[in-house]
Design a protein around this ligand. Structure first.
Ligand code: AKB
Length: 327
């Protein structure tokens, strides 16, 4: 087996996907890359697994892919939705330019590619409930434009050059390992830290803003399962709708309150992130993923919340640190 390269490895997805890949294929096979230098607490095993790669530089990717004998690339390097709205030119350069460079390196070196698309690839004219696998995609954010265009570019490379490129439309991801950076769904992670520290959270989305979410252990498993799936039955390479729960801030706060009874939430809506959330689906129909490669989430709102609080309460300290009660 040739090696696996992960780009943007020190972000939220990489921090959990890398240990999962190392466990499955062996640490020596996983090459970890990021534009950032290696963080001290990075869970990457041996330091020799690390490569400094700027995905906007095609030669850097190609050189690493050749030198490290890469056969599969998990291309995670991208700006998230809120940051991309603040810096649209940079978002285009990283999200689209980086993907193009990765696909080109993959074409030249016969690599397989995983591309993480998002619920952000949809827009306000998409049906918002049980959003079908194939439907209108007219996103109104720069992040969404790069995700919808990225899906098309991956399809093009698959059809034109026979590249084995596969993708998921990921919902908001919830992790106890690494915080997200600059997403619209970040509230669903911040709320746990603030609940444990202060028993209070001020949310930047309105109480009834319903969006799809997934716990990171399910998301890592989905990526690996899709990449290991038999290619024959895959009708939608780029990209499959996947979801685990469709929840609002008030749903999540209510579930946390079952463990931390005094927990309070109030709202100070950020108009930019609220308008991004309002342009996205409330719930995806992921039946195509279930049928084609057997996707099924293992965590729902209750089990994800209990696990997040149990794991974070080991490390998160603050002026008040209530122990979560058993549900
Ligand atoms: C974001 O909020 O930007 C991401 C996403 C849903 O793609 N978490």
């Amino acid at each position: 087996m040739r090696n696996i390269l992960v780009t943007g490895a020190f972000g939220q997805i990489g921090s959990e996907l890398i240990p999962a890949l190392q466990q499955r294929y062996g640490a020596a096979q996983i090459i970890v890359s990021d534009i950032r230098m290696i963080p001290l607490q990075a869970h990457i095993g041996a330091e020799q697994s690390y490569e400094h790669v700027d995905c906007t530089q095609p030669q850097q990717i190609l050189e690493v892919v050749r030198r490290r004998d890469i056969g599969t690339i998990y291309h995670l390097a991208a700006l998230l939705s809120a940051v991309a709205e603040e810096r649209p030119h940079l978002a285009w350069s990283i999200n689209m330019g980086g993907l193009y460079n990765v696909l080109e390196a993959a074409r030249q070196c016969q690599c397989r590619v995983f591309f993480p698309s998002s619920i952000g690839a949809f827009g306000p004219s998409t049906p918002r409930d049980h959003t079908p696998q194939v439907t209108v995609q007219r996103p109104t954010t720069m992040y969404g434009v790069t995700k919808a265009a990225g899906e098309l570019l991956c399809d093009y490379y698959a059809a034109r050059f026979g590249l084995d490129v596969r993708g998921l439309r990921l919902p908001g991801l919830i992790s106890y390992v690494a915080p997200p950076g600059g997403g619209t769904t970040d509230y669903a992670v911040e709320i746990f830290y603030q609940a444990l520290r202060y028993r209070h959270y001020r949310c930047f989305l309105g109480p009834a803003t319903r969006l799809d979410m997934m716990y990171m252990p399910d998301a890592s498993r989905a990526m690996i399962e899709l990449m290991e799936a038999d290619g024959g039955p895959l009708r939608h390479r780029n990209a499959y709708n996947v979801t685990a729960m469709s929840i609002s801030p008030e749903d999540l706060a209510g579930e946390i309150r079952r463990h931390i009874p005094g927990f309070a939430i109030d709202y100070q809506v950020d108009p930019v992130r609220q308008s991004i959330a309002d342009s996205w689906p409330r719930s995806l129909d992921d039946s195509a993923a279930r049928e084609d490669w057997g996707w099924a989430p293992r965590f729902d709102l209750a089990t994800m919340t209990a696990d997040m609080l149990a794991r974070l309460s080991e490390t998160v300290t603050g002026p008040e640190r209530p122990r979560p009660e058993a549900s």
